[in-house]
Design a protein. Structure first.
Lengths: 431, 231
């Protein structure tokens, strides 16, 4: 018997007892539906988190700082600038930091696997102001030169531009007096800077983009040209310091992109021994990611349990089929059909039932998931723009269908074996 | 020289074990000559059906040797055995064994499908076989809609479709009324005459047995008499 004929017959046979087949399909449907949906939520959320990683730095760097207390940041928008209050502006990670000396850098450079140490000159603008708006205390993203921003309007920085460019978080848009994100793009903002002699100066920059509110607070990103300008203004009036006496707030340590997580942990341990704290982007996201992965894992486990239960449904359905078709199997064997082909016939029937249930389940999950996602992003999750709660990808949906078909195949082996082993005459005599 | 298609030497077969053991065949030897019609006659429980099943390689004997077309059945590999069953034998059963929800044509072409013949070739041969039995107009009907005689004709068409050397018929007229039974009998004997197909019948009907070239009478698992001749 040709494979194609066996397949056609297997498909046809599923329609023989429609009620029984439908019930089994429903059981599989439930499992496949749940699995597809939980997978898509996992993909959607981790996709969002990866976008967030992109917006705060590349995976081959580690920011190094002196451990310090975390400064509380407000949830909504920047704080209003009050000239009389002496504040240390926070950097993008909400950390208040101490200085790192050149001697420290020499020691850090000697750590294994550290490719090079980048000295960062942190611009400390005292306020940000748009035309006619109030002055606000900006928090500044220090790793902005390596970020891949998640923008709602405008463009990322142009590489090596001499213009002073700014990307503001979307929460700043209203405060700075713009009605929409798009309207803010192209506008000029003014930064206040205090130089070494406590003279207030200003530097202007052009908004080139507006960034989605991110999981890691809101911070203003500056391009290199603007950072350097702000730093040079800050240092005006400063007595000349020899290069080896300069100090830094933070450093960026670069390592190879092939370095293992163990190697990265070793760098961190070595930094700790020197009294510093190193953190990679993954560190900052680690907890969130592992919590989400845990939840998705539990949901997936439930779905797989449902699928295993459905697998027993397939076993049951096919055992009854084999029983009912005993004489037919005997006849086919008497006419020279091999045990292997009989086995294949019943296995394929199981696989087809699995395919029906999983394709329908996945289809329904995609439909419902898309609707839920659209509704949620307009209501509950409106505060997290850029988050698509369900993300359906071809490989993951195909993977679910393939997994279910495999489980169905496994479930079909017992009945198929029983059918294949039958002696033709015993089968023909069966009443 | 006589052309022996099937031979069985000292075949024994029993079912069950211990006190419930039943010896269906206690040492039987037969030879079937190409082109003859043979009736295996006996009462129920005599072992006649068991003998036919063994000769048709549907079952294995406990002892003795069965050869089909000079092949020792025991030594045949399963793929060769399947090919032999498919191409050499045709079966006609008392209970028909038609798949009720499939069309008559689909039922008839089952052996060809198993043999891996292409769909168009299957249809052509299937309709050919049905035409020989004047059943062509029923090809697309469901098997369950046929009358008893039509069912048995469909079964004969199925037995015929792969041009077998030997047709085994187990009580072919058992479920049919006398008139229809006679028609079916005539069809089977015509096939023997026109195509030279060897016919092995199992029956308890003496009239039917008498139409055959030879009669092998079985009682209590032994051959008690062989009458007629194969010439």
């Amino acid at each position: 018997m040709k494979f194609l004929d066996v397949t056609k017959d297997a498909v046809k046979n599923t329609a023989r007892n429609k009620v029984r087949t439908s019930l089994t399909v429903v059981a599989i449907f439930i499992g496949a539906f749940t699995l597809t949906l939980t997978n898509s939520i996992g993909a959607g959320v981790s996709g969002y988190i990866n976008d967030q990683i992109g917006s705060i730095g590349s995976p081959t760097i580690m920011t190094v700082s002196n451990p310090a207390e975390v400064v509380e940041t407000e949830d909504e928008g920047p704080e209003v600038y009050e000239p009389d209050v002496e504040t240390v502006p926070s950097n993008g990670f909400g950390l208040d930091v101490d200085v790192i000396t050149e001697q420290d850098i020499t020691a850090i450079e000697k750590i294994d696997n550290v490719e090079y140490v980048e000295r960062t000159f942190t611009p400390r603008p005292t306020y940000i102001q748009a035309d006619g708006s109030e002055k606000y205390v900006p928090s500044v993203n220090i790793a902005s030169s390596v970020m891949i921003p998640d923008l709602t309007a405008g463009e990322p920085f142009t590489a090596e531009s001499d213009e002073y460019e700014v990307i503001i978080p979307s929460t700043y848009v209203k405060a700075l007096g713009f009605s929409t994100d798009a309207e803010a793009v192209g506008q000029t903002v003014t930064f206040g800077v205090t130089d070494y002699t406590f003279t207030d100066q200003t530097v202007e920059g052009k908004i080139v983009g507006v960034q989605n509110k991110s999981l890691f607070g809101d911070s203003v990103s500056l391009n290199n040209a603007l950072s350097e300008e702000l730093v040079s203004v800050q240092e005006q009036g400063q007595p000349v310091v020899p290069d080896d006496e300069k100090t830094y707030w933070t450093l960026i340590v670069h390592f190879s992109d092939t370095l293992s997580t163990d190697g990265q942990s070793q760098i961190k341990t070595d930094l700790e021994n020197l009294g510093f704290e190193g953190s990679t982007v993954a560190d900052q996201l680690g907890t969130i990611n592992s919590v989400i992965n845990g939840i998705i894992g539990v949901l997936n486990a439930f779905a797989v349990i449902a699928l295993i239960a459905a697998g027993f449904g397939i076993v049951n359905t096919l055992l009854m089929s084999v029983q009912e078709r005993t004489r037919e199997i005997g006849l086919m064997k008497a006419m020279g059909m091999s045990g292997k082909k009989i086995y294949l016939l019943f296995s394929l029937e199981a696989v087809f039932i699995g395919f029906l249930g999983s394709a329908l389940g996945a289809g329904a999950a995609i439909g419902l998931g898309t609707i839920i996602s659209n509704v949620l992003s307009d209501t509950l999750l409106a505060d997290l723009p850029g988050l698509t709660i369900t993300l359906f990808t071809v490989p993951s949906v195909a993977g679910v269908i393939a997994l279910v078909m495999f489980i169905a195949f496994l479930a079909g082996t017992i009945p198929a074996q029983r059918a294949a082993k039958q002696n033709p005459i015993d089968a023909l005599r069966y009443e | 020289m006589v052309d022996i298609v099937i031979s069985g030497k000292d075949i024994k077969k029993s079912y069950g074990s211990g006190e419930g053991r039943f010896d269906a065949l206690k040492g039987v030897s037969v030879e079937i000559v190409r082109g003859e019609t043979v009736a295996i006659v006996g009462k129920s429980g005599s072992g006649k059906s068991t003998l036919m099943h063994l000769l048709a390689l549907l079952d294995e004997p406990d002892a003795g040797v069965i050869s089909v077309l000079d092949n020792d059945a025991k030594k045949l590999k399963s793929n060769v055995l399947n090919k032999l069953r498919n191409e050499t034998f045709g079966f006609v059963f008392q209970q028909f064994f038609l798949t009720p929800n499939a069309t008559v044509l689909d039922n008839v072409i089952l052996p060809l499908k198993i043999a891996g013949v292409s769909a168009s070739e299957r249809k052509r041969k299937g309709l050919d076989a049905l035409r020989q039995l004047e059943m062509e107009d029923k090809a697309d009907k469901k098997a369950s809609t046929l009358s008893g005689g039509q069912k048995q004709r469909a079964v004969i068409a199925r037995a015929l479709v792969n041009s077998p050397t030997i047709i085994f018929a187990d009580e072919p007229t058992g479920n049919l009324d006398t008139n229809t039974g006679t028609i079916v009998e005539n069809i089977l004997f015509d096939l023997n005459k026109e195509k030279g197909i060897t016919l092995i019948l199992v029956t308890h009907d003496e009239e039917l047995a008498a139409r055959c070239d030879r009669q092998i009478r079985v009682r209590d698992g032994l051959i008690i008499e062989t009458t007629g001749s194969s010439s």
